[in-house]
Design a protein around this ligand. Structure first.
Ligand code: ATP
Length: 554
């Protein structure tokens, strides 16, 4: 199985990942399996760190987010309600000559063309589209291919027992919304976060771990009051600028401010783990790109080595994370499909509503009614009549006076594996030097932010054959081990050991030498601490070492 080599930089990154044990091809000894990747010792640590940081930043460090860990296989009814059974597909086409299969939109994009969607909603290839493998123009018409992996639950392989591996973690959050609300003592606005595996039978997995068939997501569903409810309670809804952080959440924030807040919170998260704003890009989806129920969606992009350039020659970047304002679509769908109420009761709204002047009540009622009617019309089942829809929308809008509504949601949805690739690409640096004899040597340094680095410190006794040095070095290792991932290494010259840790991205190395043992009495129980990025060294007391390191890796 050959991963298409997009460019030299990617080739080098893939090779370093394998050589140093970040990422391996899944099932490699059997020739691999396309679209599946394993994380080796360093990759597994890196991934754990990333997930831990997300979980900390998004749940533990916040008053207003609770966590969830749901199953991968859920009732298939969830995927019917969410729309995945009917519409979660990519357009696929085949070359009639060489039989190669393509995602039609990518095939067009790779040739500078745009896939056409005709008036009936069907996809068509633009004139001139050719096979990227054999150049033939004999391609089948694009047809939808559902990306969900199917399986059967129980021993009987019948239609009734079909289940799906979840293609996203988000739906479990919506399905468990009421349980979490009731048990976490949270009130809207609040969020539910989840990290977990997702599966998509991608037509053409590519770009290493960027697009694979089994991957992990870190998703937050942040539930907010509809704008009409905010206005009823706070008098008005504030609008914030579309750039910059709007600051601490306020009671008069509607969906727009909350959306902007989460975009900026997520950028801060990326900056905090070493992805400078200049390495990122942003794409605000156009009305044509937006799902019919979405109010806005901003994709945070990272400039990967395979990312394409725009007409001005600037690298645009590819999606790391999408932050969508999804209205009340998700909870509404589950309410309709499950028959279970998904709305909340809000005492503040009930109290505020009673004090509003009649014109204000009518105005808010009408706006809420129109939004509900719009949703209900677009999501109507074939047997629903316009009268039934109007009646339902009326009931929903009447709920406002009783303090009832269906929360809206802002969804920051990130891919763990894409972030790992971004961190690896961002950290990668190589230097080639030629010595006096003309021999060239390339050294590699993975400049990970200390927070994500797989190993936080290398611990080296200066010499292997001095038991007192080994003993002391092992004491230092044991002192640090409960607090962070350290790597003890006594093999080879100090220079070689430094180089090995540089390639692993270890930000600090600690050397135990004769001064540590008291050769120079004033240096007794101190170690040499070396920084990865500039090779600078300083002396640190063993008694202060743990806190010195902790303050830099957290
Ligand atoms: P794309 O357009 O690139 O297929 P998407 O818009 O379908 O992605 P979402 O459904 O919004 O992606 O999923 C949220 C996040 O999950 C993405 O931003 C990405 O980080 C991650 N993700 C989605 N599909 C894959 C995949 N096949 N491999 C790895 N990560 C993925």
């Amino acid at each position: 199985m050959a991963e298409p080599k997009e460019n030299l930089q990617m080739e080098k990154i893939v090779s370093l990942c394998k050589r140093r044990g970040f990422v391996f091809q899944s099932s490699e000894i059997y020739g691999g399996i396309n679209g599946f990747w394993d994380y080796g010792p360093l990759g597994a640590e890196l991934k754990r760190n990333v997930k831990e940081l997300w979980w900390n930043a998004m749940t533990r460090q916040r008053e207003d987010v609770a966590g969830l860990e749901a199953t991968i296989i859920m009732s298939p009814a969830i995927w019917k309600a969410s729309g995945h059974v009917d519409t979660f597909s990519d357009p696929m086409c085949d070359c009639k000559k060489c039989k190669k299969r393509f995602r039609a939109d990518q095939l067009c994009e790779d040739q500078g063309l745009t896939l056409i969607k005709n008036a009936a909603g069907k996809f068509e290839l633009p004139a001139g589209t050719k096979c990227m493998s054999c150049d033939s123009k004999e391609l089948t018409e694009p047809r939808p291919f559902n990306l969900m992996f199917k399986t059967y639950v129980g021993p009987v392989e019948s239609e009734d027992n079909i289940a799906y591996l979840r293609p996203e973690t988000a739906q479990a959050i919506f399905a468990q919304f009421k349980n979490v609300l009731e048990t976490s003592r949270q009130k809207v606005p609040f969020g539910i976060g989840q990290i977990g595996k997702a599966f998509r039978n991608e037509v053409t997995p590519r770009n290493f771990i960027f697009r694979s068939r089994e991957f992990e997501q870190m998703e937050l569903e942040f539930f907010i009051k509809p704008d009409e409810v905010v206005e009823a309670i706070s008098g008005s809804v504030v609008t914030v600028p579309e750039t910059g952080h709007p600051g601490e959440p306020q009671a008069n924030w509607g969906w727009q401010a909350w959306h902007q807040y989460w975009v900026e919170e997520r950028v801060r998260f990326y900056e905090g783990i070493g992805l400078d704003r200049s390495t990122l890009g942003f794409h605000r989806q156009t009305p044509a790109e937006l799902a019919h129920y979405a109010r806005a969606c901003v994709d945070i992009l990272f400039k990967f080595p395979f990312s394409k350039k725009d007409e001005q020659g600037n690298v645009v970047g590819d999606e790391l994370e999408g932050i969508a304002a999804r209205s009340d679509f998700d909870l509404s769908q589950h309410q309709r499909f499950s028959g279970k109420p998904m709305g909340v009761f809000d005492e503040e709204l009930r109290a505020a509503w009673g004090k509003l002047p009649k014109e204000k009540q009518d105005d808010l009622w009408k706006r809420y009614y129109d939004n509900r009617k719009n949703y209900l019309t677009k999501s109507a089942k074939p047997d629903e009549t316009p009268e039934q829809i109007s009646q339902q929308a009326t009931e929903d809008a009447n709920g406002l006076a009783k303090g009832q509504y269906i929360p809206h949601v802002i969804e920051p949805s990130a891919g763990v594996d894409r972030l790992i690739l971004a961190l690896i690409a961002n950290a990668y640096s190589e230097t080639t030097e030629t010595d006096a004899k003309g021999k060239t040597e390339t050294t590699y340094v993975m400049k990970f932010h200390p927070r994500v680095a797989p190993i936080k410190a290398g611990i080296f006794p200066l010499l292997k054959n001095k038991p007192e040095l080994l003993k002391k070095a092992q004491e230092v290792r044991d002192l640090l081990r409960p607090w962070m991932n350290v790597y003890y290494d006594e093999a080879g010259s100090i220079g070689k050991r430094y180089a090995r840790q540089d390639e692993a991205g270890t930000p600090f190395c600690v050397t135990i030498d004769f001064d540590t043992l008291g050769e120079k009495p004033e240096l007794l129980d101190t170690v040499t601490l070396r920084y990865r990025d500039d090779g600078k060294q300083e002396r640190v007391k063993i008694s202060e070492l743990r806190d010195w390191l902790l303050s830099r890796i957290r």
